[in-house]
Write a protein that binds this ligand. Structure first.
Ligand SMILES: [Zn+2]
Length: 210
């Protein structure tokens, strides 16, 4: 199974090996959306159809603390228009990031990813690190954009690291999930799910051919 239940919601399993890839994997069936990118989420493929689920996903992925997720969910109820606008921006960003990871020459996708990643950097503040020195973090004042900016920071992290060259897409039907394949041996998002389904189909096709 591709999902587990978190806070009463089905949430996609974190098989990507990187937060940015797991975010792309909040949509299933990428080939369809690459052909017809529409703003409207398909309920059968969309794991984050509402801002509330986007916030819960960010907690599930370990990008935001439970406390922050709770605060954002409350804040979104008080400002549904802003929440819907952040959700639309998250879909645009996810689409661009997926396209860029599949095709590094996609300049329009790069521009969109860079635009959001730079907005996320501008939203950060430099704080002292516990081990000395300093680090960048998103402050409380980031507000409803927090889950999107947290993902954009993760995407920058991936794209500026050599590991982005090891990103592969699962060939499973209605899947297309991304994952890191550093050793060059992984074919499926998950052998027991997509790998097994493909094996069963191949077996059925062989039997039909006999
Ligand atoms: Zn798969």
């Amino acid at each position: 199974m591709h999902w587990i239940e978190v806070d009463g919601y089905p949430m996609p399993k974190l098989w990507g090996g990187h937060h940015a890839l797991d975010f792309c994997n909040t949509w299933s069936g990428w080939d369809a959306v690459v052909r017809t990118p529409s703003g409207e989420p398909d309920p059968k493929r969309e794991w984050i159809p509402t801002y509330d689920r986007l916030a819960v996903w960010a907690g599930h992925a370990g990008l935001l603390s439970t406390k922050t997720v709770g605060r954002l969910r409350d804040a979104a109820k008080g400002d549904p228009r802003s929440a819907a606008s952040v959700l639309r921006a998250a879909y645009r960003f996810r689409n661009a990031l997926y396209r860029l990871l599949r095709d590094p020459a996609d300049g329009a996708a790069f521009d969109e990813v860079a635009r959001v990643a730079q907005a996320a950097v501008r939203a950060t503040e430099l704080v002292p690190d516990v081990e000395g020195g300093a680090r960048r973090q998103l402050p409380e004042s980031t507000g409803l954009s927090w889950p999107l900016y947290a993902v954009a920071r993760a995407a920058e992290d991936l794209l500026t690291d050599a590991s982005h060259r090891s990103v592969r897409a699962c060939p499973g039907t209605d899947c297309g999930w991304l994952f890191l394949d550093v050793r060059g041996r992984r074919r499926w998002c998950d052998m027991a799910s997509c790998g097994n389904r493909a094996k069963v189909r191949a077996h059925a096709a062989r039997q039909a051919g006999e």
